[in-house]
Design a protein around this ligand. Sequence first.
Ligand code: GDP
Length: 292
Amino acid sequence: MNIQWYPGHMTKAKRAMEADIKLIDLIIELVDARLPISSRNPDIDRLGQGKARLILLNKSDLADDTATARWEAWFAEKGYYTVKLNAKTGAGMKSIQGKIAEACKAKIERDRRRGIINRPVRAMVVGIPNVGKSTFINSFAGKAAAKTGNKPGVTKGNQWIRLNKNVELLDTPGILWPRFEDKQVGIRLALVGSINDNILNLTELAGEGIDFFCRSYPGRIAARYEVDESGKNYEVLAAIAIARKCLQKGGEPDIDKAASMFLDDLRGGRLGRISLEWPEEKEASLEDAETG
Ligand code: GDP
């Protein structure tokens, strides 16, 4: 038996989601395109058995396009429909209605055989905190309602948002918890700013970030800050501090300030678009995670 430690509020959220999932045909799952596996909770595959599935690779504006394209292929191979999305600007939003129809085709045909015609597909949005669920729901519900010529804004009946005659969306998203018991997952989520938990101090976290860039995107740190990125992490941070005039009173480099500035740059995409996970390198460990 697999015993896991689960704080009370997570158990409650999970129960609420289990109840909600019974009401719906389609799960719209948001993941962070920069780390599509660490930003998921594998429980969703068990919870969502028998449901149509659509995965939105969100924040794709911050991710490496090559990686995102490979992730789309990887998820498609596993039977998910996917859309590459920027929920903030709406880029990618247009193709979602079509994907929903495709994902729910089997259900609509089943209904038709039973004589049920025109019953809307019911969907809910799920994802870990900070992945963009609220941004997506607001943008998607707003646009879709306007497009179908509904009354201005969205019509809310119960807790369902009627998007058009074919789709209804539960207005509150289901919150999934990341697999933060895995330290690597925690570090990656902390790097992109998706968890507040201080799993490492700022300087250590920045050090993980420097390691990541030197391994995956060599030259980017050197180019942005005009520093030598080949030294020890501490030396690189000190060089960034000097280059950006993050200095303490005595003129010493302020490492904490440099670390915090570096992390802000990383999270805001100012060090370029990044992907922390690629399907090729993850395949083996993912299989473990999904069955574990
Ligand atoms: P939730 O906790 O899942 O509901 O996440 P929110 O909708 O509150 O979004 C968390 C943060 O991510 C907010 O600051 C959003 O503006 C930002 N965000 C959401 N979607 C995107 C996106 O596609 N690109 C970027 N760059 N930021 C996004």
